[in-house]
Design a protein around this ligand. Structure first.
Ligand SMILES: Nc1ncnc2c1ncn2[C@@H]1O[C@H](COP(=O)(O)OP(=O)(O)O)[C@@H](O)[C@H]1O
Ligand SMILES: Cc1ncc(COP(=O)(O)OP(=O)(O)O)c(N)n1
Length: 268
């Protein structure tokens, strides 16, 4: 059996809904072998983030090197990177290990408001990581931080996607969860064409880890050799099912159901 492999370079969420945990669950559900390099440990649950403990640059680099030297991932995802030192080291290691198909989820602030990236590190993200991204997946507030203007209309979103593309990413998905309206629309710009992916908005507070899960699904599909268009299409279906069938656990913003997409396929 020839299995596709994906590496996530991200923070650990003790609550299991976001970060490394969400990524590995998503890889597994999409039949991709998952590997991890942890950048920071968070004490976190559905009520918020109670503690953040970044790892040393050496610890992060050694994990990426170990995976690169032996297991050769077909695609890589980055999530919470927390500070400029970690961003620079991760970008350097990815290049040194010649890792391809890098999906950058530019995680900045958790839904509860806790900063998962230092404000002063946004510039490092733009200069060091975006230029090596095959795909970058900001939500609307993250895209606004990257481009420096407000995104209100679809035209603003298209302009922002092109501006981020011009920083060096090969494709850009600006997700629409933070927009309003009865539909949630994600916008993909592949350098030539703008593609829209819409679904009905699910009325729920259980959306913890949606961004991580979506980007991990894109990464898994790219690892299997799918095109960016196919990967985003599957990721959108995966996250929609995961939100719709959410587990209702925890007293706050609960996680999504990473098993939902598979269960639906099994039951058709
Ligand atoms: N209420 C919702 N109903 C349906 N899909 C949603 C909802 N909220 C987010 N999504 C989807 O989840 C993914 C993550 O979106 P978003 O919330 O913008 O990112 P983040 O979790 O990074 O803030 C996107 O694919 C988006 O379309
Ligand atoms: C360790 C860790 N990484 C990333 C996030 C942010 O995840 P996201 O998918 O954007 O979802 P919310 O946390 O914003 O609901 C995180 N919380 N923890």
């Amino acid at each position: 059996m020839r299995i596709s492999k994906a590496l996530t370079i991200a923070g650990s969420d003790s609550g299991g809904g976001a970060g490394i945990q969400a990524d590995l669950k998503t890889f597994q559900e999409l039949e991709v072998y998952g590997m991890s390099a942890i950048t920071a440990v968070t004490a976190q649950n559905t009520l918020g983030v109670q503690g953040i403990f970044p790892l040393t640059v050496e610890a992060v680099i050694d994990q990426i090197k170990s995976v690169g030297a032996d297991l050769h991932p077909n695609a890589v995802k980055t999530g919470m990177l927390f500070n400029s030192e970690i961003i620079e080291a991760v970008a350097h290691a990815i290049k040194k290990e010649k890792m391809a198909k890098v999906v950058v989820d530019p995680v900045m602030i958790a839904k509860g408001g806790s900063p998962l990236l230092l404000e002063e590190s946004v510039d490092t993200l733009k200069k060091k990581l975006i230029p090596i991204a095959f795909c970058i997946t900001p939500n609307i507030p993250e895209a606004e931080k990257l481009v420096g203007f407000k995104i209100v209309s679809l035209e603003d979103r298209k302009r922002a996607a092109k501006t981020i593309f011009d920083l060096g990413a090969k494709s850009v998905v600006i997700k629409g969860g933070h927009d309003d309206g009865n539909e949630v629309t994600d916008l993909l710009f592949d350098g030539n064409t703008y593609h829209l992916f819409s679904s009905p908005r699910i009325d729920t507070k259980h959306t913890h880890g949606t961004g991580c899960t979506f980007a991990a699904a894109v990464t898994a599909e790219l690892a299997k050799g799918k095109s960016i268009l196919e990967a985003v299409e599957t990721a959108k279906s995966f996250i929609h099912a995961a939100i719709e069938d959410s587990l209702g656990i925890g007293a706050g913003h609960g996680p999504t159901n990473h098993m939902a997409y598979r269960n639906r396929k099994v039951n058709v």
